[in-house]
Design a binder for this molecule. Structure first.
Ligand SMILES: Nc1ncnc2c1ncn2[C@@H]1O[C@H](COP(=O)(O)OP(=O)(O)OP(=O)(O)O)[C@@H](O)[C@H]1O
Length: 238
């Protein structure tokens, strides 16, 4: 279980949110600039809230009052950025091994081989990201995040770089891969309602740095659809 109750203030924006997320995929859905990425960055420890508390499976990651701020690499969170963020100068295998730096060579060899198999990319280990399709890059990026065995996956618009033709197939593969290989909390940031509908169990709706609604997907989307701009069905108006 992930519990988040934080505040962060900038001159022109304030994030002030509280939510809980259990196992399964929880979507954070909201318009551009509503604080979705900032939330993930605070949970991952890349950014720091001004106030509040973040707890993962009973372990405090951040607590302003208790002066606790666990370093990113010790948070057991796996963060996957928009546009994959694979290292272009590293091969598939080197990208996978990146998060295992400092571990025994044998463990690195075994884990990278096991993950290459899981993502069905044996034989591609020496290719560079530029030599892969969008879906393949997405699988490598996900595997690189999962190889460190996180308790919580933080996915920031993981499908935004894919073209519409391959997107649906990649999302279906992604769902079945997660179902087979990951059983923790997944937070998935999106501003696309159709994506939230396909992928998420629960949805947290953001507006202007605040949580507008948190419920099972069907409840949230029912109300969001009612507010939707009929001329632009892909956009959400909340
Ligand atoms: N370092 C910073 N200094 C000032 N303002 C910031 C800083 N970081 C984020 N913000 C502001 O916080 C707000 C939320 O940004 P965030 O990136 O979380 O939005 P988002 O919901 O992820 O948007 P998008 O869907 O466009 O990625 C924005 O208005 C942004 O300008």
């Amino acid at each position: 279980m992930l519990r988040v109750n934080i505040k962060k203030t900038f001159p022109e924006f304030e994030l002030d949110i509280a939510f809980e997320a259990g196992p399964g995929i929880t979507g954070i859905l909201g318009p551009s600039g509503s604080g979705k990425s900032l939330t993930l960055e605070c949970i991952a420890g890349i950014d720091k809230p001004d106030e509040g508390k973040i707890e993962l499976n009973g372990r405090i990651l951040f607590d302003k009052e208790k002066h606790m701020d666990i370093k990113t690499r010790h948070r057991h969170t796996g963060y996957m950025f928009q546009h994959y963020a694979l290292f272009p100068h590293l091969t598939v295998k080197q990208n996978l091994a990146f998060g295992l730096k400092g571990r025994p060579k044998k463990e690195i060899e075994e884990k990278t081989a096991a993950f290459l198999k899981k993502i069905k990319m044996e034989g591609f280990e020496n290719r560079y990201p530029a030599e892969l399709s969008g879906g393949q890059k997405q699988r490598v990026a996900l595997a690189r995040t999962l190889i460190t065995e996180p308790s919580c996956l933080l996915l920031d618009e993981p499908f935004s770089a894919l073209d519409p033709d391959t997107k649906e197939l990649v999302m279906e593969e992604f769902l079945s891969f997660l179902h087979d290989h990951f059983h923790g909390v997944v937070l998935l940031v999106t501003h696309n309602m159709a994506e939230a509908d396909l992928l998420c169990d629960n949805v947290i709706l953001y507006r202007n740095g605040k949580v507008l609604q948190q419920d099972p997907k069907k409840e949230v989307l029912k109300h969001a659809v009612a507010r939707q701009d009929a001329r632009n069905p892909a956009a959400i108006r909340i």
